[in-house]
Design a protein around this ligand. Sequence first.
Ligand code: FMN
Length: 208
Amino acid sequence: MDFPDTLAAPLEVPPSAFDTAQMNFLLTGLVIPRVIGWISTISAAGVPNLAPYSFFTVASTEPPHLLYSAASATKDSVVNARETGQFVANIADQALVDALVASSAAVAPSVDEFQYAGLRSAPSARVRPPRVAMAKAHLECEVRQFVSVGSSTLVIGEIVHIHVDPAIWAGGRVQPNLLNPVARLGGSSYATLADVFSRPGPTINERG
Ligand SMILES: Cc1cc2nc3c(=O)[nH]c(=O)nc-3n(C[C@H](O)[C@H](O)[C@H](O)COP(=O)(O)O)c2cc1C
């Protein structure tokens, strides 16, 4: 079905009503905002690669793991992760959004996407893929698992080293507004943090 301009009644349909592009459009418009993992990898031949993934999250904290989901197993970020077993999740702030979008271009695997996006790299501490020098936080990972979900591939990595720039740290923690991350919405829309508010959690714990 084609998406109507307006809805006269709630949309009530099974996923089979949509083709892949429509489903992507609907899901990425509903599940927002999505934090972006700006994933750097390196090929076995030593070519650095960089690409944004908004299907990205913390997967565990003990031990700490991250994951990103690639719509195709042929993407360089998956191929390189298979070849060399490592990646870095760089956290992009608003000032880096143009370079972040540039790094999503489907260029040949032989192209160094740091150079392509006009970005300086910095060596990592524990893994071979370099970091985005201008990013304010970097999570270095060793790949632990590849999981197929539908036509996508989840790349799950254990965090082995963390970098946090002093510029985003105050009052004993990362300050959200100093980190100033960009998040992906649907289509080509992005968002930054608006009002940050606090709601302490419940104090009841009857489960020991
Ligand atoms: C902000 C943003 C987020 C993206 N998120 C994803 C994602 O979660 N999964 C995916 O497969 N592609 C995503 N893409 C598209 C990839 O970045 C793009 O296909 C890129 O060329 C993959 O590069 P690679 O082959 O170097 O891994 C995103 C693009 C942008 C601009």
